[in-house]
Design a protein around this ligand. Structure first.
Ligand code: ATP
Length: 242
């Protein structure tokens, strides 16, 4: 099966500091893939590099087999890739609806087409309809995360990149958000989830990649990869994840 998105020896730097050392990842249509690893392993950097937010070589990122590395984030959105960034990056001072309308306008401007509308998003996360006129800074962390996911979906992605969508949220809220993922996949969107919670990552995805110090140290089917193997890949040999 050919990959919708793939990276090939992906290298990324912040000035003199090299954060990624030749990362190879594949995402197939309709698939959910987890990217796990300790703090500083390079997971967010990977997403940023794929999204065109860091300079990378053209051949290092491919979309439908076509080299797109270094393409601007706007163009990546146009080509069907959207990101739910670390820290959500919502427009504070603006309502839920106005945040979402920014994405609707962006998609229209870029000519990105797909099946996501405000109505469909409201069915996925009904609280966003209830809170439509509420400034986003008055929402709970979970509700803000739903706005961030909604904003990405309204860009009509075939590929959704999610950076730690469970971070800092209560278990009940995390379950609510993760319960929405199958519908998003069902709508034809493949996803890469950066996730610190290994149990959650294994449950929610088909395959996973573990990173350590800018390299992939383990990959496999999420249901089959053992805790021991993940522990070693996470921290180096001799460790276990509990
Ligand atoms: N803007 C930046 N400038 C310089 N170095 C950075 C920058 N952002 C990240 N790094 C460094 O790059 C490496 C990878 O960071 P990255 O944020 O990608 O890791 P991560 O796996 O996402 O971890 P976390 O869970 O802490 O976000 C780290 O050593 C980090 O300190």
């Amino acid at each position: 099966m050919s990959a919708v998105l793939s990276t090939h020896g992906l290298i990324a730097r912040y000035g003199d500091f090299q954060a990624l050392y030749g990362v190879d990842v594949e995402l197939h249509a309709g698939e959910a893939v987890a990217l796990i690893g300790a703090n500083g392993a390079g997971k967010s950097t990977f997403l940023r590099a794929v999204m065109g937010l860091l300079p990378v070589g053209r051949d290092m990122v491919r979309l439908d087999g076509e080299p797109v590395g270094g393409t601007s984030a706007d163009r990546m959105v146009k080509r069907g890739v959207a990101i739910v960034p670390e820290g959500r990056r919502l427009f504070t001072g603006m309502s839920v609806d106005d945040n979402l309308k920014v994405a609707i306008d962006q998609a229209a401007r870029l000519g990105a087409k797909g099946g996501w509308s405000l109505e469909r998003l409201h069915r996925l996360f009904p609280i966003l309809k209830e809170k439509a006129k509420t400034p986003v800074q008055s929402l709970s962390g979970g509700q803000q995360q739903m706005v961030a996911i909604g904003r990405a979906l309204l860009c009509q992605p075939r590929v959704l990149l999610c950076d730690e969508i469970s971070l800092g949220l209560a278990p009940k809220v995390i379950r609510e958000i993760y319960a929405a993922l199958p519908e998003i996949r069902g709508a034809g969107t493949a996803m890469i989830l950066v996730e610190q919670d290994v149990g959650l990552a294994k449950e929610a995805t088909d395959r996973l990649y573990c990173m350590l110090e800018g390299r992939v140290t383990l990959s496999g089917r999420s249901a089959e990869v053992t805790r021991e193997a993940i522990g070693e890949a996470y921290f180096g040999a001799g460790h276990a994840v509990v």
